[in-house]
Ligand binder design. Structure first.
Ligand code: A4P
Ligand code: MG
Length: 185
């Protein structure tokens, strides 16, 4: 029998129709064989973080977090995320540059791993309000392996993370309440 593992995926978009890309990414996650989406956070609007720091003049991001259960091992899951990014027109030009969609694997069942192709947990998630805040939405007790409680980490962040209140849910097949339900990690 295949064992499924809880994993946390961060979604971000700051180019084009950002809500559309987030919606399409959630739909694509749901369609991945071996992956079950268990919860989707609300959507947050956040100023772009560049390599040079926060850039209020750059197009802002919409960010969200999805919880999944995956029978795919972490490398394969990340490969599938890259496939979704490619299908949604992601072009890799500049590190931390504008993008239609970015899908990061934040946590995979508390695994700590560093290879040439993957680092777990995501090395910058612990200091990013735009990841921690939506994660707490779908799991108020979340813990980031090696760093501690997500609520404590969030209290230490300084980036601005505002609820995009006009967007009720990214999960077109669930009611807003269901889409925020905690069913996984
Ligand atoms: N990679 C290794 N481990 C992981 C992992 N756990 N999750 C590799 C995702 N990717 C992982 O990523 C660069 C390389 O990291 C890939 O080869 C991947 O296999 P990328 O997506 O190609 O490029 P990137 O996203 O520009 O680089 P990076 O360093 O991953 O950036 P981040 O940390 O993802 O940050 N500002 C706001 N407000 N909201 C955002 O969502 N996102 C970024 C990107 C910058 N500023 C932002 C936001
Ligand atoms: Mg990335």
């Amino acid at each position: 029998m295949l064992i499924d593992h809880p994993a946390v995926i961060a979604l971000g978009s700051n180019q084009g129709d950002r809500e559309h890309y987030l919606r399409e990414a959630v739909a694509a996650l749901k369609a991945l064989p071996g992956v079950q989406v268990t919860a989707v956070s609300r959507v947050y609007e956040t100023p772009a973080l560049r390599l040079s720091g926060v850039d209020e003049n750059a197009p802002s991001y919409l960010n969200a977090v999805a919880l999944v259960r995956s029978v795919l091992p972490p490398e394969m899951l990340l490969g599938s995320l890259h496939g979704i990014e490619a299908s949604l027109g992601r072009v890799r030009e500049e590190r931390w540059g504008d993008r239609t969609i970015d899908l990061d694997l934040v946590d995979y069942d508390g695994t700590e791993l560093e290879t040439e192709s993957i680092t777990l947990p995501h090395p910058r998630a612990h200091e990013r309000g735009f990841v921690l805040k939506p994660w707490l939405d779908v799991n108020p007790d979340a813990v980031l392996v090696g760093f501690g409680k997500v609520s404590d980490l969030l209290a230490r962040t300084t980036d601005k993370v505002a609820l995009a209140s006009s967007i009720a849910t990214l999960d077109d097949t669930a009611s807003p309440t269901e889409s925020q339900q905690v069913k996984g990690s």
